[in-house]
Design a protein around this ligand. Structure first.
Ligand code: UD1
Ligand code: MG
Length: 465
């Protein structure tokens, strides 16, 4: 018995009003993660044999996004969800088992809910199970119509609702567990007889019932979990919902979050307990944060690995690995594969790009370091710059241990300053500095006795002439 999934993601996404004709609705992102990947993550908790994604508008981009995680098949013309599923199952063998069908625009469904629904489907020997929920506000979902005995009768799309049907408040999630025998038999019988002249997958329910198959609804508590993203308002609502759900999970696991509404943590971020997060902080991508860190307020972290007991205040840190007991911020930018080891101090308008700071390095004010490595306990004075770019190429700067770089020193890469060297403030360093040497590279000072007054008098004379 096989379990396969088909995710429908070929739609035109007209209601998103995107100017980009090559953009699929399912490649829109929440927390920098495309909607379709949320759905794939959830279905993977069912441990399926195969996942198929049906692509159409924006096929190229979507195919790249799901590469390695699902097979893709193109639906040439967007004739409706039943037609899309037909394209999807063309990638599968007609084998015994169950096909789970989901919409690629519904990212909020949880793997756990899918597992429970699948258990329900099997326990009830159902041939077709639909996930449903009750929603009393105005909405555009398909409605479940039940017989007086409570059995599901059919699904009616909003545009086709008539008379009393307008009061139906049980909605269709677009998620179905379908026995393959039923699927292959009924899918070809669906006709585009509806307000939109589309092949509606929802019609499979009425057809299966007519043929005597057992159809069940698995009704979940929280209608928001099956929310679809059809326009930008839905996208915003899905973002809000995910944000609170993710933050709530972290809170329950022992992370301190002071403001649940103004803290933004991506779905794949791992945070240990005893981390404190202050408001207006974003943590995205594949980030891992170990205990006893204090993060924020006002920080943006993406793809970071953070050891223990750091203090990160008002920082923008991307693609960076940070060790233990560092004081970072306020106003630091780190990017391009930085490594910050332990007990460092970086802050007050310092930018680091592809920099490796060994233990105890201090760079506390107004500095740019790029493509550089700095040894243990080196001190970087205010305004130090590594000039790593000649307009075409990038070059490396290597600074040893216990080096003192005076304020406003400019180091023209490629360059090396060895252990225990001292670079005088204001120097422009163009050649290697050996261990224990002092390098001074600036014009010698000349003081002209009383000449300030001469200059001022000349200036006044010019103004009055
Ligand atoms: C669909 C359901 C509706 C349900 C809702 C749940 C139908 C007819 N209606 O409506 O009952 O309440 O989902 O969110 O199924 N797609 C294709 N090819 C097509 C058309 C659509 O692949 O030709 C894909 C879309 O990319 C999307 C999914 O199918 O991911 C659903 O299509 P959409 O147009 O969003 O249907 P809804 O109006 O949301
Ligand atoms: Mg939809």
């Amino acid at each position: 018995m096989k379990l396969n999934t088909v995710i429908l993601a070929a739609g035109k996404g007209t209601r998103m009003h995107s100017l980009d004709e090559n953009k699929s609705k399912c490649s829109f992102e929440i927390f920098h993660k495309p909607l379709i990947l949320y759905v794939l993550d959830a279905v993977n908790e069912l441990k399926p044999d195969r996942n198929v994604v049906v692509v159409g508008r924006g096929a190229e981009e979507l195919t790249k996004i799901v590469y390695g995680r699902a097979l893709t098949v193109e639906q040439k013309h967007q004739l409706g969800t039943a037609d899309a599923l037909k394209a999807g199952i063309s990638k599968l063998d007609k084998e015994e088992g169950t096909t789970v069908v989901l919409n690629g625009d519904s990212p909020l469904i949880r793997g756990e809910t899918l597992q429970k629904a699948y258990e329900f489907h099997k326990e009830n020997h159902s041939k077709l199970t639909i996930i449903t929920a009750t929603l009393n506000e105005k909405n555009a979902y398909g409605r479940i119509k039940r017989l007086p005995n409570g059995q599901v009768e059919k699904i009616i799309e909003t545009k086709d609702l008539k008379d009393d049907e307008l009061n139906l408040n049980e909605i269709n999630s677009g998620i179905y567990f379908i026995d393959n025998e039923v699927l292959y038999k009924e899918i070809d019988l669906i006709e585009p007889k509806n307000a939109q002249h589309e092949y509606y997958l929802t019609d499979i329910v009425g057809l299966a019932i007519k043929d005597g198959y057992k159809v069940c609804a698995y009704t979940i508590e929280d209608a928001k979990e099956i929310g679809g993203v059809n326009d930008r308002i839905d996208l915003m609502k899905a973002f809000e919902y995910l944000k609170v759900r993710i933050n709530t999970n972290h809170l329950l696991n022992g992370v301190t979050i002071f403001d649940i509404n103004n803290t933004y943590i991506g779905p794949d971020v791992k945070i240990s307990s005893d981390v404190e997060i202050y408001p207006n902080t974003w943590i995205l991508g594949q980030s891992t944060i170990l205990p006893n860190n204090i993060i924020g307020p006002n920080s943006y972290l993406e793809n970071v690995r953070i050891g223990e007991s750091n203090h990160i205040l008002s920082c923008h840190i991307v693609d960076t690995k940070i060790g233990y007991h560092n004081e970072l911020g306020p106003y630091v930018r780190m990017r391009g594969g930085c490594i910050i080891e332990d007990h460092c101090r970086v802050g007050n308008f310092v930018e680091l790009k592809n920099v490796h700071l060994h233990d105890g390095v201090k760079s506390a004010h107004l500095t740019y370091l790029g493509d550089s490595e700095l040894g243990d306990n080196t001190n970087v004075g205010c305004g130090v710059i590594t000039a790593n770019y000649d307009g075409a190429n990038k070059f490396h700067t290597i600074i040893g241990k216990n080096v003192f770089l005076g304020s406003n020193a400019t180091l023209i890469a490629p360059i090396e300053v060895h252990d225990d060297a001292f670079v005088a403030a204001g120097s422009t360093i163009t050649s290697e500095v050996l261990s224990n040497d002092l390098a001074i590279a600036r014009a010698r000072q000349v003081n002209k006795k009383g000449y300030a007054k001469v200059l001022r008098d000349k200036a006044k004379e010019k103004k009055n002439s």
